[in-house]
Design a protein around this ligand. Structure first.
Ligand SMILES: N[C@@H](CCC(=O)N[C@@H](CS)C(=O)NCC(=O)O)C(=O)O
Length: 202
Protein backbone atom coordinates (compact mmCIF):
# COMPACT_ATOMS: atom_id res chain seq x y z
CA UNK A 1 0.00 0.00 0.00
CA UNK A 2 1.35 3.50 -0.78
CA UNK A 3 2.36 5.67 2.17
CA UNK A 4 0.41 8.89 2.67
CA UNK A 5 1.21 11.93 4.81
CA UNK A 6 -1.12 14.94 4.86
CA UNK A 7 0.51 18.18 6.01
CA UNK A 8 -1.66 21.08 7.20
CA UNK A 9 -2.26 23.44 10.10
CA UNK A 10 -4.02 22.22 13.25
CA UNK A 11 -7.41 22.86 11.65
CA UNK A 12 -10.00 21.34 9.35
CA UNK A 13 -9.89 23.94 6.56
CA UNK A 14 -8.72 22.69 3.19
CA UNK A 15 -7.40 19.42 4.64
CA UNK A 16 -10.60 18.05 6.12
CA UNK A 17 -12.00 16.73 2.84
CA UNK A 18 -8.86 14.60 2.47
CA UNK A 19 -9.14 13.33 6.04
CA UNK A 20 -12.78 12.40 5.37
CA UNK A 21 -11.81 10.48 2.21
CA UNK A 22 -9.12 8.48 4.03
CA UNK A 23 -11.58 7.77 6.85
CA UNK A 24 -14.40 6.65 4.52
CA UNK A 25 -11.98 4.37 2.66
CA UNK A 26 -10.44 3.04 5.87
CA UNK A 27 -6.96 3.85 4.52
CA UNK A 28 -4.30 4.86 7.08
CA UNK A 29 -2.41 8.13 6.65
CA UNK A 30 -0.13 10.33 8.71
CA UNK A 31 -1.98 13.48 9.78
CA UNK A 32 0.85 16.00 10.23
CA UNK A 33 -0.21 19.30 11.81
CA UNK A 34 2.25 22.18 11.52
CA UNK A 35 2.31 24.52 14.50
CA UNK A 36 5.25 26.73 13.54
CA UNK A 37 4.28 28.73 10.43
CA UNK A 38 5.99 29.97 8.38
CA UNK A 39 9.05 28.62 10.21
CA UNK A 40 10.78 26.05 8.04
CA UNK A 41 7.45 24.50 6.96
CA UNK A 42 6.64 27.17 4.34
CA UNK A 43 9.95 26.64 2.59
CA UNK A 44 9.37 22.88 2.65
CA UNK A 45 5.87 23.15 1.10
CA UNK A 46 5.97 22.76 -2.73
CA UNK A 47 4.03 26.01 -3.35
CA UNK A 48 4.71 27.67 0.02
CA UNK A 49 1.14 26.79 1.04
CA UNK A 50 -0.66 24.14 3.06
CA UNK A 51 -2.08 21.56 2.68
CA UNK A 52 -0.02 19.16 0.63
CA UNK A 53 0.02 15.38 0.42
CA UNK A 54 3.19 13.32 0.45
CA UNK A 55 2.68 10.09 -1.53
CA UNK A 56 5.52 7.57 -1.23
CA UNK A 57 7.89 10.44 -0.46
CA UNK A 58 6.68 12.80 -3.23
CA UNK A 59 5.04 16.06 -2.12
CA UNK A 60 1.91 17.06 -4.05
CA UNK A 61 0.25 20.47 -3.55
CA UNK A 62 -3.30 21.65 -4.46
CA UNK A 63 -5.79 19.86 -2.24
CA UNK A 64 -8.50 19.35 -4.86
CA UNK A 65 -6.10 17.79 -7.36
CA UNK A 66 -4.64 15.20 -5.00
CA UNK A 67 -8.00 14.50 -3.34
CA UNK A 68 -9.42 13.71 -6.80
CA UNK A 69 -6.57 11.21 -7.24
CA UNK A 70 -7.46 9.63 -3.88
CA UNK A 71 -11.14 9.54 -4.80
CA UNK A 72 -10.21 7.59 -7.96
CA UNK A 73 -7.99 5.22 -6.00
CA UNK A 74 -10.70 4.62 -3.37
CA UNK A 75 -13.62 4.32 -5.86
CA UNK A 76 -15.35 7.54 -4.84
CA UNK A 77 -14.81 9.53 -8.06
CA UNK A 78 -17.69 8.14 -10.13
CA UNK A 79 -18.29 4.77 -11.76
CA UNK A 80 -17.93 5.97 -15.37
CA UNK A 81 -16.85 9.10 -17.21
CA UNK A 82 -20.25 10.75 -16.97
CA UNK A 83 -20.52 10.10 -13.22
CA UNK A 84 -16.98 11.44 -12.83
CA UNK A 85 -17.77 14.72 -14.55
CA UNK A 86 -20.99 15.11 -12.54
CA UNK A 87 -19.05 14.46 -9.33
CA UNK A 88 -16.48 17.09 -10.39
CA UNK A 89 -19.31 19.55 -11.14
CA UNK A 90 -20.66 19.15 -7.59
CA UNK A 91 -17.13 19.43 -6.14
CA UNK A 92 -16.47 22.62 -8.13
CA UNK A 93 -19.76 24.17 -7.02
CA UNK A 94 -19.01 23.34 -3.38
CA UNK A 95 -15.57 24.90 -3.98
CA UNK A 96 -17.27 28.13 -5.09
CA UNK A 97 -19.06 28.21 -1.74
CA UNK A 98 -15.90 27.35 0.21
CA UNK A 99 -13.79 29.94 -1.60
CA UNK A 100 -16.41 32.66 -1.05
CA UNK A 101 -16.40 31.77 2.66
CA UNK A 102 -12.60 32.00 2.92
CA UNK A 103 -12.40 35.20 0.93
CA UNK A 104 -15.25 37.05 2.59
CA UNK A 105 -15.82 35.61 6.08
CA UNK A 106 -12.66 33.82 7.23
CA UNK A 107 -10.40 36.73 6.30
CA UNK A 108 -12.73 39.43 7.65
CA UNK A 109 -11.21 41.34 10.53
CA UNK A 110 -13.75 44.19 10.81
CA UNK A 111 -17.58 44.36 10.86
CA UNK A 112 -17.78 40.58 11.12
CA UNK A 113 -21.52 40.47 11.82
CA UNK A 114 -22.33 42.53 8.71
CA UNK A 115 -19.93 40.50 6.59
CA UNK A 116 -21.50 37.22 7.79
CA UNK A 117 -25.07 38.35 7.22
CA UNK A 118 -24.21 39.59 3.69
CA UNK A 119 -22.40 36.30 2.96
CA UNK A 120 -25.36 34.23 4.18
CA UNK A 121 -27.95 36.11 2.13
CA UNK A 122 -25.81 36.35 -1.01
CA UNK A 123 -22.96 33.87 -1.71
CA UNK A 124 -24.17 31.13 0.62
CA UNK A 125 -27.74 31.17 -0.64
CA UNK A 126 -26.83 31.30 -4.33
CA UNK A 127 -24.35 28.44 -4.02
CA UNK A 128 -26.57 26.29 -1.78
CA UNK A 129 -29.39 26.67 -4.32
CA UNK A 130 -26.99 25.55 -7.06
CA UNK A 131 -25.79 22.54 -5.03
CA UNK A 132 -29.39 21.53 -4.23
CA UNK A 133 -30.23 21.77 -7.93
CA UNK A 134 -27.26 19.57 -8.88
CA UNK A 135 -28.06 16.91 -6.27
CA UNK A 136 -31.63 16.89 -7.58
CA UNK A 137 -30.36 16.39 -11.15
CA UNK A 138 -27.49 13.96 -10.60
CA UNK A 139 -28.14 12.19 -7.32
CA UNK A 140 -30.53 9.92 -5.55
CA UNK A 141 -31.84 9.92 -2.00
CA UNK A 142 -28.83 10.70 0.18
CA UNK A 143 -26.15 10.79 -2.54
CA UNK A 144 -25.09 13.83 -4.56
CA UNK A 145 -24.25 11.73 -7.65
CA UNK A 146 -25.59 8.27 -8.54
CA UNK A 147 -26.38 5.91 -5.72
CA UNK A 148 -23.10 5.43 -3.87
CA UNK A 149 -20.76 7.55 -1.78
CA UNK A 150 -18.61 9.99 -3.76
CA UNK A 151 -16.03 12.56 -2.70
CA UNK A 152 -18.60 15.23 -3.65
CA UNK A 153 -20.77 14.00 -0.72
CA UNK A 154 -17.83 14.48 1.64
CA UNK A 155 -16.99 17.95 0.30
CA UNK A 156 -20.65 18.96 0.51
CA UNK A 157 -20.77 17.70 4.12
CA UNK A 158 -17.58 19.44 5.17
CA UNK A 159 -18.34 22.84 3.68
CA UNK A 160 -21.99 22.93 4.76
CA UNK A 161 -20.81 22.11 8.29
CA UNK A 162 -18.93 25.42 8.26
CA UNK A 163 -22.01 27.26 6.96
CA UNK A 164 -24.10 25.71 9.75
CA UNK A 165 -21.82 27.32 12.34
CA UNK A 166 -22.89 30.71 10.91
CA UNK A 167 -26.62 29.93 10.63
CA UNK A 168 -28.12 26.79 12.14
CA UNK A 169 -31.31 26.88 10.04
CA UNK A 170 -29.90 27.89 6.64
CA UNK A 171 -30.08 24.32 5.29
CA UNK A 172 -33.72 23.76 6.24
CA UNK A 173 -34.98 24.63 2.79
CA UNK A 174 -32.48 22.31 1.08
CA UNK A 175 -33.78 18.77 1.66
CA UNK A 176 -31.39 17.14 -0.84
CA UNK A 177 -28.36 18.65 0.88
CA UNK A 178 -29.70 17.56 4.28
CA UNK A 179 -30.19 14.00 2.98
CA UNK A 180 -26.56 13.83 1.81
CA UNK A 181 -25.43 15.10 5.21
CA UNK A 182 -27.42 12.30 6.89
CA UNK A 183 -25.77 9.69 4.63
CA UNK A 184 -22.32 10.91 5.63
CA UNK A 185 -23.18 11.03 9.33
CA UNK A 186 -24.67 7.53 9.27
CA UNK A 187 -21.74 5.91 7.43
CA UNK A 188 -20.10 3.73 10.08
CA UNK A 189 -16.47 4.69 9.34
CA UNK A 190 -17.26 8.38 8.92
CA UNK A 191 -19.39 8.49 12.08
CA UNK A 192 -16.46 7.04 14.04
CA UNK A 193 -14.08 9.60 12.53
CA UNK A 194 -16.44 12.54 13.16
CA UNK A 195 -16.90 11.49 16.76
CA UNK A 196 -13.16 11.16 17.40
CA UNK A 197 -11.81 14.17 15.47
CA UNK A 198 -10.31 16.97 17.55
CA UNK A 199 -11.97 20.34 18.05
CA UNK A 200 -9.75 22.91 16.35
CA UNK A 201 -9.78 26.71 15.95
CA UNK A 202 -10.99 26.44 12.33
N1 LIG B 1 -5.70 26.00 -3.86
C1 LIG B 1 -4.90 25.65 -2.72
C2 LIG B 1 -5.06 26.75 -1.68
C3 LIG B 1 -4.06 26.61 -0.56
C4 LIG B 1 -4.17 27.75 0.44
O1 LIG B 1 -4.77 28.81 0.18
N2 LIG B 1 -3.57 27.53 1.60
C5 LIG B 1 -3.58 28.51 2.67
C6 LIG B 1 -4.28 27.93 3.91
S1 LIG B 1 -5.88 27.28 3.64
C7 LIG B 1 -2.15 28.83 3.10
O2 LIG B 1 -1.24 28.01 2.95
N3 LIG B 1 -1.97 30.01 3.69
C8 LIG B 1 -0.72 30.38 4.30
C9 LIG B 1 0.23 31.07 3.38
O3 LIG B 1 -0.06 31.22 2.18
O4 LIG B 1 1.28 31.48 3.88
C10 LIG B 1 -5.35 24.27 -2.15
O5 LIG B 1 -6.54 23.96 -2.22
O6 LIG B 1 -4.49 23.51 -1.69
Amino acid sequence: MPSYKLTYFNGRGRAELTRLIFSAAGVPFQDERVTDWPGTAKAEAPLGQLPYLTVDGEKIPQSIAYTRMLAKRFNMAGNDELEQVKTDVVVDTVNDLQNAYYLKVFKATENRDTVISKFLTEDALVNLERIEKLVNLYGSEGFSVGNSLKWSDLHLYDVTSIILTLSEDILNKFPKILAVRRTVESNEKLAAYLKARPETPF
